[in-house]
Design a protein around this ligand. Structure first.
Ligand SMILES: C[S@@+](CC[C@H](N)C(=O)[O-])C[C@H]1O[C@@H](n2cnc3c(N)ncnc32)[C@H](O)[C@@H]1O
Length: 290
């Protein structure tokens, strides 16, 4: 991830910040306008101090000389990304999934079928395991139904958390009592303030690192449903168009895409039709230029 020197557009902006801003937008898709300068600084300050470097410029020089494979790049990405998430965030989507999407997808499939879902930008896994709970509940009343969840993020720190599937008790407030009883294990001893997702759900999930800015996602599967929520809100419009175009290629015709409630697809050219709030369905016709 070596930087290419580029002109600094605004003379009032710290050149080191401007270079980081361009680099982050190009490599991670995340927009970093000048007003985000204090935010970036606050996220990197501790690291700069730990490395006993003088400031942002020194850190930049240090980082850009390292090979792509250096663990410092992972550290940097962990700090630059915003990983806020929750169990049952924007809960209407999970009701819509089990009440409308699954019956619609099930109708032409016959009694035995498997749903393939991609949780794209999964952060520390709360959304992924909410989906696993929702799908397992549906499976209870629909024998013959099975599912698998592919979950990805660019941050290795949150992926590691997701894979442990251990969460503080304080995070599980949004999980309905009945689902806690079925799908969460209470910790003991040193883990007494934590819960862990049951193995039956963990076995249904596969976590992997993926950068949406890659030309190709390197994913051979097509999905029935993609959850891509609260990620592209951090991207510029052209980046949103490019990433969503690639994402639609991973969606089966007739498959569903869920985005965050605050995210809009208005004005983007995509083979999708709106179905419900922040829910879209891949059209079955061929999409010109797609
Ligand atoms: C705010 S979290 C959203 C988590 C979850 N989808 C939700 O709605 O609760 C956004 C996630 O997108 C990931 N992300 C940001 N840029 C990315 C990129 N270029 N490729 C892959 N993941 C990215 C971040 O690491 C972060 O974990």
């Amino acid at each position: 991830m070596q930087p290419t020197p580029s002109p600094i557009p605004d003379n009032n902006v710290d050149p080191a910040f401007a270079r980081f801003s361009q680099f982050i937008a190009r490599e991670l898709g995340i927009k970093m306008p000048p007003e985000k300068s204090p935010l970036l600084m606050s996220r990197l300050r501790e690291r700069i101090q730990d490395l006993k470097l003088g400031g942002l410029e020194d850190y930049q020089r240090y980082l850009f000389e390292l090979p792509d494979s250096s663990a410092e790049w992972d550290e940097f990405i962990d700090r630059v990304t915003t990983n806020k998430t929750d169990f049952f965030r924007e809960p209407g989507h999970f009701d819509y999934l089990s009440g409308t999407v699954l019956p619609a997808l099930a109708a032409p499939r016959g009694p035995t079928w498997q749903l393939k879902l991609w949780c794209a930008g999964c952060s520390s896994g709360e959304e992924t395991y909410t989906l696993a709970m929702t799908l397992s509940e549906y499976a209870q009343s629909h024998p013959g139904f099975d599912y698998s969840i592919f979950a990805t993020d660019i941050s290795t720190r949150v992926l590691a958390l997701a894979q442990t599937a251990i969460y503080p008790q304080a995070k599980i407030d949004p999980v309905p009592t009945e689902l806690r009883r079925r799908y969460l294990l209470r910790g003991e001893g040193a883990q007494r303030d934590n819960v862990r997702i049951v193995p039956e759900l963990r076995q249904k999930t596969r976590f992997s690192r993926l950068n949406f800015m890659n030309d190709h996602f390197g994913v051979s599967e097509l999905f029935d449903v993609i959850f891509f929520r609260n990620v592209m809100i951090y991207f510029e419009r052209e980046t949103q168009q490019a990433v969503l175009t690639k994402m639609c290629r991973q969606l089966k015709p007739g498959g569903y895409l869920f985005v965050g409630h605050a995210e809009s697809l208005m004005g983007l050219k995509l083979p999708l039709q709106p179905m419900a709030r922040a829910v879209f369905r891949r059209t079955c016709t061929r999409f010109s230029g797609f």
